[in-house]
Design a protein around this ligand. Structure first.
Ligand SMILES: Cc1cc2nc3c(=O)[nH]c(=O)nc-3n(C[C@H](O)[C@H](O)[C@H](O)COP(=O)(O)OP(=O)(O)OC[C@H]3O[C@@H](n4cnc5c(N)ncnc54)[C@H](O)[C@@H]3O)c2cc1C
Length: 416
């Protein structure tokens, strides 16, 4: 079924009897050509592009819970391509370009809103670093502008300019960045994949990987054994657990990241803002809630909920940046499990097991990568060659010393 204004009108006039579920609910078949483990944004996007762009068939996505129950439905919805390093920037800009046409492409309203992002700077050294990053973005075909404090004061008068411990000197602005409705993205990809024959199998946990002579033959699941020619793993925070089933130790740690939303307020915040003197970022949802977040909790965990000390730390950052936030009431907080890689950058690669492929290491930033990650992973699965923009995302880069340390923080996952 194609969605259109005409369809909405027709359904309104005929009692909304014609709407269909977004996807089927099939039982697993005995075998597939491709099994994607993980029905999050990356797994669903991978299946979608495998079927649509790479014209592959006999594809299943197996998800232990319901589609979109992981980080894709828990993030703070920010999309951007303001990266510095050559390993990252072209990939994220490719993703940005896919975002810009996504809703038309999969015919689903994912509320992609290019409302802009400003990374604030508070020192001259930080201005230099952001200028450099902006230039790297321009070289990769992205947009970037350096704005000074006066201009920001007009755009965001509620920021603490006059009495701040860390005075705002300006910001790096990317106007094409913004937000998208995270679960809408999962549903759009799921619907598009299902329409092209992909089986989306929910409540189906992968509990074992069947391998012989260094080759994958299928997966053991809570709904029985399923044979497969190729298996792609995209399970975000559960990556280490899943890959352990293949006897592989990952350069990844799992950490909790929390997010927060306030009660609904009148339109206040024009785009996305990140604080440069602490870890705090904020935007406003279309319902009016201030959506914000900060640091990971800082210890290894598989719990999808966080602790109070980080809540205190995040709201301290918010108060330092925009004291008016102290008058808003907090509505909800929640957490997701992050797949923190050692250098803060992702992995899209083959593994030492033939037919087993890995998509992981997204840290805080995998939502914005969803379209490009799905596309590049599908490219790898279908052709056995890395996509042009994802060539640096090798699994063995840590042992070879080719890390992509965007933050310059060193091989310490809790700092990325
Ligand atoms: C609080 C928070 C805020 C964030 N904010 C942003 C942001 O603003 N911008 C941004 O770019 N990124 C953000 N992120 C990061 C982003 O959400 C993730 O990097 C990205 O969603 C991860 O990819 P995914 O969508 O495929 O993961 P997920 O949605 O977590 O998908 C993985 C799936 O695998 C399933 N699974 C696990 N084990 C198994 C198994 N054994 N068998 C079958 N299925 C299994 C899980 O149930 C899950 O559904 C944020 C994350 C969090 C938690």
């Amino acid at each position: 079924m194609r969605y259109s204004a005409l369809r909405v009108l027709k359904e309104a006039l005929t009692g909304h009897q014609g709407w269909r579920p977004l996807w089927r609910d099939p039982d697993p078949r005995p075998s597939y050509d491709y099994i994607i483990v993980g029905g999050g944004g990356h797994g669903l996007a991978t299946a979608y592009y495998l079927a649509k762009t790479f014209r592959q068939a006999r594809i299943a996505v197996v998800e232990k819970g319901w589609l979109g129950s992981g980080n894709i439905g828990r993030n703070t919805t920010i999309i951007r391509s303001n990266y510095l390093l050559p390993g990252n920037e072209p990939f994220y800009e490719f993703s940005m370009k896919l975002w810009e046409n996504l809703e038309q492409e999969f015919n689903f309203n994912a509320m992609v809103s290019q409302r802009g992002i400003v990374n604030l700077f508070h020192t001259d050294a930080q201005r230099d670093a952001y200028r450099r990053r902006g230039n790297a973005m321009l070289l990769a075909g992205a947009d970037a502008e350096l704005v000074e404090a006066g201009q920001l004061r007009e755009m965001m008068p509620f920021l603490n300019f006059d009495n701040a411990r860390f005075p705002i000197k300006g910001g790096l602005l990317q106007r094409r960045a913004g937000t998208a409705r995270h679960d809408g993205v999962a549903w759009g990809y799921a619907r598009g994949a299902d329409a092209r024959g992909v089986d989306l199998i929910q409540n189906c946990e992968v509990t074992g990987l069947h391998m012989e002579n260094g080759r994958i033959l299928g997966v053991e699941t809570s709904r029985g054994y399923i044979a497969a020619k190729k298996v792609g793993v995209a399970v975000a925070g559960s990556t280490s657990l899943l890959m352990q089933l293949a006897g592989l130790r990952m350069p990844i740690e799992s950490h909790v990241l929390q997010a927060f939303v306030s009660e609904g307020l009148k339109p206040t915040i024009p785009g996305v803002i990140t604080f440069g003197a602490g870890h705090f970022y904020v935007s406003q949802s279309d319902k009016g809630g201030l959506v914000f977040g900060g640091d990971i909790d800082g210890y290894n965990s598989y719990a999808q909920r966080g602790n109070l000390p980080v809540i205190e730390d995040v709201v301290e950052g918010g108060m330092a940046l925009m004291p008016m936030i102290g008058r808003a009431r907090l509505l909800r907080t929640w957490g997701g499990i992050m797949d923190m890689s050692m250098d803060g950058s992702p992995i899209i690669d083959r593994t030492p097991i033939d037919g087993l492929y890995l998509n992981a290491g997204w840290c805080y930033g995998g939502f914005k990568a969803t379209p490009a990650s799905g596309y590049a992973f599908a490219h790898l699965l279908a052709t056995d060659r890395p996509h042009e923009t994802a060539k640096a995302y090798r699994l063995d880069r840590f042992e070879r010393g080719y890390v992509i340390d965007e933050k310059g923080a060193g091989a310490q996952p809790n700092l990325h």
